[in-house]
Write a protein that binds this ligand. Structure first.
Ligand SMILES: Cc1cc2nc3c(=O)[nH]c(=O)nc-3n(C[C@H](O)[C@H](O)[C@H](O)COP(=O)(O)OP(=O)(O)OC[C@H]3O[C@@H](n4cnc5c(N)ncnc54)[C@H](O)[C@@H]3O)c2cc1C
Length: 538
């Protein structure tokens, strides 16, 4: 196979133009390309107004000596390459007496369950929330009426926090073992857009994610595993520092010797009983801030130039700054053409987040502008101090908005706002009830000052970012887990047989990294144990 790097094409090019270009670069005749695969596609807008798609392409040729072809070309962009495939380990031999239990069906639990189920381990997946269809109805009802179901919402239910998300699938985690690419392949096998396998910034959208999650669950069940909805893990049965069972919300005990704990970062009640059971955990740094909305066209013009071609997708951005007091301020979970959503999961507390549909066709761009906070900020008062800090901010947000998402113009938030780029009648794109309120009063003084400093700096990068009519809403408190549930080199906690996994345990920071961590735990379990045999365990 021949790999071409840095192949540049104009936006809106046809397949035929791309094929012609490959032929030309490789000096091939018509018919000598057997097939080609796009491995990566990104947009280069550094030399505006000239914008280009940049590709990495693998080509399989017909009746061509590829090595000789590459040698002859003497072009550093062209080389021979071998396809690397993700490889699941061969099964171990330790017999499994009881079925493994996975707590949570977010990306971490779902991917762990998918792989274990496919390989014959028959895991039982426990999910406190409802199946994705019922959950979608609950979430819509909440956004319409403000009546929250604490067990079925944007954080809890089938698919976890990833379901009602933007569905951005890029991750900063290195992918030397191919797990990240494998996650994308599984997404595509279950209904996601095939392009995500090569786009530099893969995006699925909540409307597609809902189906993907359901398709994965149906396969898990078809492979002989079980998914129990409305079934919360409320404790563990532990003997001699070994897991022996899970206490369920209906009062029963599910006996098992292997538990994957993938409860996500919003399962505060779960963190609380884990702490009481002396499962090793520690407070960790995270970040809090506010969602900021701008017209998507303002972002497009800044990123692509004023005469950008219509075929380009709504532009994203990524911003970081260091404040005078040494804090990091940065954009997080940027949603082009997206919505701010009410993502609360506790009564009388309010948290926001961002999402989009596959078309990303909402009028506004939003992102969270967040400021890092460390255990020193929220007091070193045990592993759950960060949770209490989040809760206080969420209570303030709930109170000042009277239960609605509080929204404020940046000009009313800060005297330092710039003028002239966003019209005064600019309105938010929000899923959930909202009202204007004093958002500035939610953030502690130092965080508010850092936020303003960051906004000012970002205004120099994207003109109008700090405009008086940009809209803020809050609070964005759940950017990552406030705790780490410790695991050793065997991936187990101080309680043997317990595998902390995913974002809630502090080992992931998004959909893809959580899914990758789920796969990694599936690998660890499969390498040691033999698949579960129904016959032997009757
Ligand atoms: C609105 C929104 C938009 C987002 N957008 C993106 C994005 O575009 N890209 C991205 O990479 N990330 C995004 N994220 C973050 C991403 O969703 C999370 O990083 C990811 O879902 C974490 O996966 P997880 O499996 O570790 O945990 P979660 O997805 O949180 O899943 C945990 C699951 O465990 C269940 N659970 C909890 N406690 C128990 C219990 N005791 N018993 C049984 N079940 C339990 C919960 O109900 C939940 O379903 C977004 C998050 C939100 C809320």
């Amino acid at each position: 196979m021949i790999r071409i790097q840095q192949l540049k094409m104009h936006p809106g090019h046809s397949e035929k133009e791309l094929e012609d270009r490959i032929e030309k670069m490789l000096h091939l005749r018509s018919g000598q390309i057997e097939s080609y695969l796009i491995r990566k596609q990104s947009i280069d807008a550094r030399k505006k107004p000239e914008i280009q798609y940049v590709y990495v392409i693998d080509v399989i040729t017909r009746n061509v000596n590829e090595t000789k072809c590459v040698e002859r070309l003497r072009n550093s962009q062209i080389s021979i390459c071998q396809e690397k495939k993700y490889c699941f380990p061969t099964s171990g031999s330790t017999p499994l007496k009881e079925r493994p239990v996975i707590i949570g069906t977010g990306p971490a639990g779902l991917f762990c369950g998918y792989l274990l189920a496919q390989k014959g381990y028959r895991p039982i997946l426990l999910e406190r929330g409802r199946d994705v269809d019922a959950r979608t109805a609950d979430v819509k009802q909440f956004w319409k009426t403000g009546t929250l179901d604490p067990e079925s919402n944007v954080s809890f239910g089938e698919g976890g926090a990833g379901t009602f998300s933007d569905g951005k699938l890029n991750t900063l985690i290195k992918d030397k073992d191919g797990r990240g690419q494998y996650v994308l392949e599984i997404f595509v096998e279950n209904g996601a857009q095939p392009e995500i396998k090569y786009e530099a910034k893969p995006h699925v959208g909540t409307d597609v994610l809902v189906d993907v999650v359901k398709n994965m669950r149906l396969k898990i069940e078809a492979w002989g595993s079980e998914v129990r909805f409305g079934c919360r893990a409320d404790g563990f049965f532990i003997e001699n520092a070994h897991i022996r069972g899970v206490k369920l919300s209906d009062g029963s005990i599910l006996h098992t010797r292997l538990v994957v704990l993938a409860c996500g970062h919003s399962a505060r009640d779960t963190f609380s009983w884990l702490n009481q059971l002396d499962i090793q955990m520690e407070a960790k740094a995270f970040a809090v801030g506010l969602r900021v909305e701008h017209p998507q066209t303002l972002i497009n013009i800044s990123q692509y130039g004023s005469d950008y071609p219509e075929v380009l997708p709504p532009a994203p951005y990524k911003l970081t700054a260091q404040t005078k007091n040494g804090r990091g301020v940065y954009s997080f979970c940027m949603c082009p053409g997206g919505y701010v959503v009410n993502a609360s999961s506790e009564e009388n507390r309010l948290a926001v987040n961002g999402m989009s549909y596959s078309r990303r066709d909402a009028q506004n761009a939003n992102s969270a502008i967040i400021v890092s906070v460390t255990p020193e900020d929220f007091g070193a008062n045990g592993p759950l101090a960060g949770v209490e800090f989040q809760r206080k901010l969420e209570e303030k947000a709930y109170t000042i908005g009277n239960g609605n998402i509080p929204v404020q113009k940046y000009g009313d938030f800060s005297e330092k706002a710039s003028k002239g780029k966003i019209p005064a009648d600019f309105t938010p794109c929000i899923q959930g009830r909202w009202s204007f309120a004093d958002v500035a009063s939610i953030l502690p003084k130092e965080l508010k000052e850092s936020f303003i400093e960051g906004m000012e700096k970002f205004g120099h990068i994207i003109p109008g970012f700090d405009d008086e009519n940009a809209l803020l809403s809050g609070i964005e408190s759940r950017t990552s887990s406030p705790v780490r549930i410790c695991r050793d080199e065997t991936f187990q906690s101080n309680i043997r047989g317990l595998y902390p996994c995913g974002e809630g345990a502090g080992y992931a920071g998004g959909i893809t990294s959580a899914a990758m961590d789920g796969i990694r735990i599936a690998e660890v379990i499969a390498s040691e144990y033999a698949p579960y045999s129904l016959e032997e365990n009757i």
